[in-house]
Design a protein around this ligand. Structure first.
Ligand SMILES: Cc1cc2nc3c(=O)[nH]c(=O)nc-3n(C[C@H](O)[C@H](O)[C@H](O)COP(=O)(O)OP(=O)(O)OC[C@H]3O[C@@H](n4cnc5c(N)ncnc54)[C@H](O)[C@@H]3O)c2cc1C
Length: 412
């Protein structure tokens, strides 16, 4: 085992982060064996289109792939369609669900999370779906025919993106959210209000403070009962209520685990030779040093490269800022940095009821920004805002709120 292990890198999870890490190991010059173990039948792909262009049919599964078949052949990665069922740090090996044992020199845990399901009576009916992988997206897309009734449980990013896609496909859409507003604490109130107004203007029925109690079959679909007695009929229910990181494997192997698998700024877990990255990892924030976990494309993409370098003996530090986007209709939401570190904020108006909110700490340093509005405009503004946070620029709230202040000028 030890001889083989010295020549092998093992990656658990053939998702976005795992796929990128395999590529990064090769780019960094690793000529030995790379085992990429994933329990999905597909080669690694990007998940954001699953609730957007892929669902509406504007993008194909092939277009979501991280690499073409030719690229995979060139990378010479040994892909295993199996689950890793246990890790044995003492002899540097993992066991797969097919009984195979793989030795590793370094091991990367990039196996993401599992979607939460509805635990109410009827939550396990076949009409109740979740959305995490290509198979889920295909099953959902098949049911979103014009005129069909979709009931989305959860007014978070994925639920709202699916609602927007389903409207585009001509479905009748209802969203039920337990909280008094959409998108939880991840976005500020003014953005949640604008998103609510946009969805309602697009014909979505949105019920806030709604608590699903049960789902039962009817003659032509399903009926959901809410705590206040409201009954909602639908053909399909989508539970968009988040994920739980996969922590069992790491816990069983004795790795330190909190809200994710805990790693240091080099993405090393508490056990030598084992790294974690992507949705499953809890890591120190570059801005605050506090442990955070991110479920974002950017995090999976950028942590893969750092983890790969360090698996090869490097000492690279993960310094990238948190950043994510969500597309809903022709609008986009973006959040960069850590708004939670702010003591004050400044709001800058954009056209079409859009806005950018800047977040400032006690020394007026910009620690985060949140933008909502027409997609290309938000992309432009948030690109600059991201650079301002990265460079640790300080500015007054008045200057930031004034549309006459050129953001570029603050960079000088
Ligand atoms: C519908 C949808 C829309 C999204 N939209 C956006 C967006 O607009 N913007 C944004 O920033 N982010 C978005 N995200 C989030 C982003 O896609 C994730 O953060 C990213 O995919 C995380 O990558 P990962 O590699 O850490 O995990 P994953 O991509 O989940 O990959 C983990 C892989 O490991 C596999 N696995 C699990 N356990 C095991 C095991 N024991 N053995 C082997 N394999 C295992 C899983 O099946 C999976 O294939 C979206 C996610 C979804 C689901």
């Amino acid at each position: 085992m030890q001889t083989l292990a010295k020549q092998s890198m093992v990656i658990v999870g053939a998702g976005h982060c795992g796929g990128r890490a395999a590529q990064a190991l090769r780019s960094a010059g690793w000529a030995g064996v790379i085992h990429l173990v994933g329990d999905e039948p597909h080669a690694p792909y990007e998940r954001p289109p699953l609730s957007k262009d892929l669902l509406t049919g504007d993008k194909t599964p092939t277009a979501c792939a991280l690499h073409s078949d030719e690229d995979w052949a060139n990378l010479q990665v040994r892909r295993h369609v199996a689950q890793v069922t246990s890790i044995h740090p003492a002899d540097h090996s993992v066991t797969l669900s097919n009984g195979e044992v793989l030795g590793y020199q370094s091991l990367l845990l990039a196996h993401g999370g599992k979607v939460r399901t509805l635990t109410i009576p009827g939550g396990d009916l076949p009409e109740v779906l979740t959305l995490r992988n290509l198979g889920d997206a295909a099953a959902l897309a098949q049911r979103l025919q014009p005129g069909k009734r979709l009931l989305v449980v959860g007014g978070g990013f994925i639920g709202l993106e699916v609602a927007a896609s389903a409207r585009k496909l001509g479905c009748e859409v209802t969203v039920v959210e337990g909280a008094p507003r959409l998108m939880g604490r991840a976005v500020p109130e003014p953005v949640a209000e604008r998103a609510l107004a946009l969805h309602r203007a697009q014909g979505v029925r949105v019920l806030l403070g709604a608590s699903p109690q049960s789902i039962e079959r009817t003659a032509d679909g399903v009926r959901m009962l809410l705590a206040d007695g409201t009954q909602l009929d639908a053909d399909t229910v989508l539970a968009g209520i988040g994920i739980e990181p996969h922590l069992g494997l790491a816990q069983a192997a004795g790795l330190a685990v909190g809200r994710g698998i805990q790693v240091d700024a080099q993405l090393r877990t508490s056990v030598p030779g084992i790294f974690a990255a992507g949705d499953v990892a809890e890591f120190p924030s570059a801005l605050s040093s506090q442990l955070i976990r991110q479920e974002t494309w950017h995090n999976a993409e950028t942590q893969a490269g750092i983890a790969a370098q360090n698996m090869l003996g490097g000492n690279a530090t993960y310094t990238s800022l948190p950043w994510f986007w969500s597309d809903q209709y022709h609008y986009q939401l973006q959040v960069v940095g850590e708004p939670a570190l702010a003591v004050t904020s400044a709001t800058r108006a954009l056209e079409d009821d859009g806005l950018v909110i800047f977040y400032l700490d006690a020394s007026q340093r910009i620690v985060g920004a949140c933008g909502w509005g027409e997609a290309s405009r938000v992309a432009k503004e948030l690109k600059l805002a991201r650079t301002l946070v990265e460079k640790g620029v300080s500015a007054s709230a008045e200057a930031l709120a004034d549309p006459a202040t050129k953001l570029k000028a603050l960079l000088k």
